[in-house]
Design a protein around this ligand. Structure first.
Ligand SMILES: Cc1ncc(COP(=O)(O)O)c(C=O)c1O
Length: 425
């Protein structure tokens, strides 16, 4: 009889649904989750520090979200048309997110950023999108150009991180160093006639923006008349109820949402300026600038109902204080453990997010983290996984949720200490 792990390796490339890159001996098959814990099919409990890659901000199987999804499922799972929950959710997004005048739903962050980029190109009639080196915007072209470049090419040349991208798709991405406004502005200026827009993760992976960086992008995009796109797939509803644009006080023209919004159910949304979103109006089909943006399952009523229940919970007083306090405990605790164990590393993140970069340099962008010790990172992450913490061993990005307690953070820190001592020398 095959084990669940062997069955997974037989049908899934790499034994997973994507990323993870676990050796077969560590591969697990999950059966259920509750709060901050997941259980595999053998009944082993693992404390979750990746939380559906951040799609679960309230905790697994949150009763209010589960009940909302169950109730809606019994009323019909999908109409591919405006439903009462989708309408209510769109109204909630317009109230919550500063730049949101209009909303169109899709089913993932990858789709949302791809559509936002398409809108920018359509609005300007120009081809090139500026992104920041090392930024992830989903599995689409812009997301995978210079995601993990191996050669540090002269800016703004990009390097595909995935095979299968067309040469034109790569050439249409201008790559700039995050947090370096001067270089970014020079690239924008040099390519102003071809520039369609700028896309940025306001919190770049876990690297915070330098004071004035986002405002500088805002000012320069406005001056050149091109849309500024915030990829808020991670930061939306996580750094603040209104996302990074509320948290940092800089409103983009368009924003991509996903992950936490859906409470674990598939969701994506592009929100932003009405004149930009209105390019997708189907009565404009055939007109210049019309953008095709449609999805059979985008804005489906089950995901919308789960999202509405999620937002109701997030609006409760104290939500963000709690998320930020947990994140601060984790980051401060990691710094202390790394120091005690004599390991040189940077701990980054904000709100309920943390990441460890094994380097002595201050990390402000992709290149400052490029020389980091990848072998130590892998040993650290696999060691933590082996000791009963569920995380993605391809990334040190850790996601907390409202279901985590200080005791869970303490347990993580204990495990991190043991791993550094025993596996990372
Ligand atoms: C910043 C950012 N944008 C977009 C995405 C893609 O979202 P999805 O996996 O829902 O397609 C991710 C996923 O990790 C992300 O971190």
């Amino acid at each position: 009889m095959k084990t669940p792990a062997e069955r997974a390796w037989a049908v899934f490339p790499g034994g997973s649904l994507g990323e993870y890159n676990l050796p077969p001996a560590l591969t697990v098959v999950l059966a259920r989750g509750e709060g901050a814990t997941v259980w595999d099919t053998e009944g082993r409990a693992l404390l979750d520090f990746t939380m559906g890659w951040g799609s679960i901000l309230l905790g697994h199987a949150h009763p209010a979200v589960t009940e909302a999804a169950r109730r809606q499922a019994s009323l019909g799972a999908n109409f591919a048309y405006v439903s009462a929950p989708a309408l209510e959710l769109a109204e909630a997004l317009v109230r919550a997110v500063p730049c949101a005048e209009r909303v169109r739903f899709c089913a993932s962050g990858t789709e949302a950023t791809a559509y936002a980029v398409r809108l920018a190109r359509a609005a300007t009639g120009r081809p090139k999108i500026l992104k920041f080196e090392g930024a992830y915007h989903g599995a689409n072209e812009v997301g995978t150009v210079s995601l993990f470049p191996r050669r540090l090419l002269a800016f703004p040349e990009g390097e595909p991180t995935s095979a299968g991208l067309g040469a034109a798709a790569v050439a249409d991405v201008l790559v700039a160093p995050y947090n370096d406004l001067e270089t970014t502005a020079a690239i924008m200026e040099a390519h102003r006639d071809a520039l369609a827009g700028v896309i940025v993760e306001p919190l770049h992976r876990c690297t915070p923006p330098r004071p004035g960086f986002l405002a500088g992008l805002r000012e320069r995009t406005r001056r050149l008349g091109v849309p500024l796109i915030f990829d808020e797939t991670v930061t939306g509803f996580r750094l603040a109820y209104g996302g990074a644009q509320e948290y940092y006080g800089v409103a983009p023209d368009l924003a991509a949402l996903g992950k936490a919004l859906g409470g674990g159910y598939p969701i994506g949304a592009v929100v932003g300026r009405a004149d930009l979103l209105d390019l997708v109006r189907e009565d404009r089909l055939g007109e210049p600038g019309y953008v095709w943006f449609a999805s059979s399952v985008g804005g489906n009523p089950v995901s919308s109902a789960a999202a509405l229940a999620t937002l109701t919970e997030l609006r409760r007083p104290g939500t963000y204080d709690r998320l930020f306090a947990l994140g601060e405990s984790l980051r401060a605790g990691l710094r202390a453990v790394l120091k005690d164990e004599g390991v040189t590393a940077q701990v980054q993140g904000d709100g309920p997010l943390a990441a460890v970069v094994f380097t002595g340099r201050e990390v402000v962008d992709y290149r400052s983290a490029f020389q980091a010790d990848g072998a130590r990172r892998r040993a650290f992450l696999l060691g933590i996984f082996r000791r009963g913490i569920f995380l993605n061993p391809m990334s040190t990005k850790l996601y907390l949720s409202l279901a985590h307690a200080e005791a869970d953070v303490a347990r993580f820190l204990e495990v991190a200490r043991a791993t550094l001592r025993e596996d990372c020398r």
